[in-house]
Design a protein around this ligand. Structure first.
Ligand code: FAD
Length: 398
């Protein structure tokens, strides 16, 4: 069977579905082809943060701020609740080296318009009465927020479906070829879909999709293991991270050590950083690792033990908390830590929206808007040069 549509989106993670929702709202005919099931990738196995404080000053932070505004309007317009909440966030600092790293980082973020500050021990204690004495200071931003990624995907999917979205599950492309005025994509089922545009939103698998067109992008899976606590009363006023988490995100210690030829501790080998966020149901998500482990989705006892030890170190009160579940997901990671958003030069009508690493939930609404603008040939509201696929493919494109 053959069919035609305005836009074919590959991948039903949070970004593919956000783009689908936005395009459907603009009256486009949209098909999403998903290799497995909604949320089968990172968006179904991740934390829930719209964390502004972790974003590098510049385009990423600007997009995150824009995305948070969009979340507020999406909460009103989407057909189901997305558990959007703004509790604020703190990045816990344990020594002078971390303090100086975070002071520099916070100064850059302030210059980009984020309300964030470094707070001393007494304010830390007021906001987090149960935190360990080893925490000497913290950052604090009242704007850090959170959303339930599973509900967000459901809401985008329902909203787009009401406007005519066709979702194909278990549908991976086997070929993508140029046709007059667009693309012809053949799925494993034999169906061929003609479309004016194709959007590759396949997360950590995006380069595999590009290889069907004969080129690759440096997007690889960076595994994160997370544990979930039983339901417990709230611990402190905000969600928290460790400064090590930020350092691990911005410049993985493992990579620095490897470059220096030094031996790694188990924490460094796993790229361990502390992330501790409470869900609406009272379960806490406790993470996480940041590993180069290919597409191995298993969790392992050593990593989980390290995560458990870490939460007890920061919050001794949790010495006996029960963990009810663990999972791992694949952050779609690029070599420069920035997503790939744009049309591929030399392949008109073929767009990439992938590589969001640990920011893809926070950036999903703005990604939907920007990609919809690009597909419609409009000038997006941000300078996307730094995110373009061309930065990896060179001036000639693919
Ligand atoms: C442990 C962990 C914690 C995280 N915490 C946060 C957080 O707090 N805040 C935040 O903003 N981000 C966080 N992230 C990052 C976030 O989860 C990702 O950036 C985001 O989910 C990526 O969404 P996506 O739609 O681009 O990709 P994905 O969700 O990976 O979706 C890609 C989809 O494409 C499908 N696919 C693959 N190949 C094909 C193909 N050939 N054809 C069709 N479909 C295909 C996959 O099955 C998948 O469903 C975290 C990630 C992890 C792993």
């Amino acid at each position: 069977m053959n069919s035609s549509t305005d836009v074919l989106i590959l991948g039903a993670g949070v970004n593919g579905l956000s783009i689908a929702y936005e395009l459907c709202k603009r009256g486009k005919k949209v098909v999403v082809a998903e290799k497995a099931e909604i949320g089968a990738g990172a968006s179904g196995s991740c934390d829930d943060m719209i964390l502004l404080q972790s974003k590098k000053p510049g385009i990423l932070l600007e997009m995150a701020l824009g995305s948070l505004e969009l979340f507020r309007s999406l909460r009103e317009e989407l057909p189901c609740d997305i558990e959007l909440d703004t509790k604020g966030g703190m990045i816990l600092i344990e020594d002078e080296e971390q303090l100086s790293l975070m002071e520099g980082f916070v100064a850059g973020q302030k210059s980009c318009g984020l309300e964030v500050e470094i707070v001393g021990r007494s304010r830390v204690k007021a906001l987090q009465p149960l935190v360990s004495e080893s925490v000497i200071a913290s950052t604090y931003s009242a704007r850090d927020s959170q959303v339930n990624p599973l509900l967000l995907m459901k809401a985008f999917y329902l909203g787009a479906s009401e406007r005519g979205l066709r979702l194909l599950r278990g549908a991976a492309p086997v070929s993508i070829e140029p046709r007059a005025g667009g693309w012809a994509t053949r799925l494993a089922s034999g169906e061929e879909i003609e479309s004016g545009a194709v959007v590759n939103a396949a997360g950590a698998w995006a380069s595999q999709v590009c290889s069907l067109l004969g080129f690759e992008l440096p997007i690889i899976p960076r595994k994160g293991q997370v544990m979930v606590t039983e339901q417990i009363p709230p611990i402190g006023a905000t969600n928290v991270w460790s400064a090590k988490y930020i350092a691990s995100k911005l410049k993985p210690v493992a990579a620095r050590r490897e470059a220096a030829g030094a031996a790694q501790t188990p924490e460094e080998r796993y790229g361990l950083g502390f992330a501790f966020t409470s869900t609406h149901s009272g379960n806490y998500l406790v993470g996480s690792t940041r590993e180069n482990a290919g597409f191995d989705k298993g969790t392992d006892p050593e990593a989980l033990a390290l995560i458990g030890r870490q939460v007890r170190r920061f919050f001794p009160v949790l010495a006996n908390v029960n963990f009810i579940r663990s999972f791992a997901g694949f952050r779609p990671s690029t070599t420069d830590g920035m997503p790939v958003i744009g049309e591929v030069a030399g392949r008109p009508g073929f767009f990439v929206a992938a590589g969001h690493e640990g920011d893809g939930i926070a950036l999903a609404p703005i990604t939907g808007k920007l990609v919809a603008d690009l597909v419609e040939g409009r000038t997006p509201g941000y300078d996307l040069e730094k995110l373009s696929p061309g930065r990896f493919l060179g001036a000639k494109g693919a």
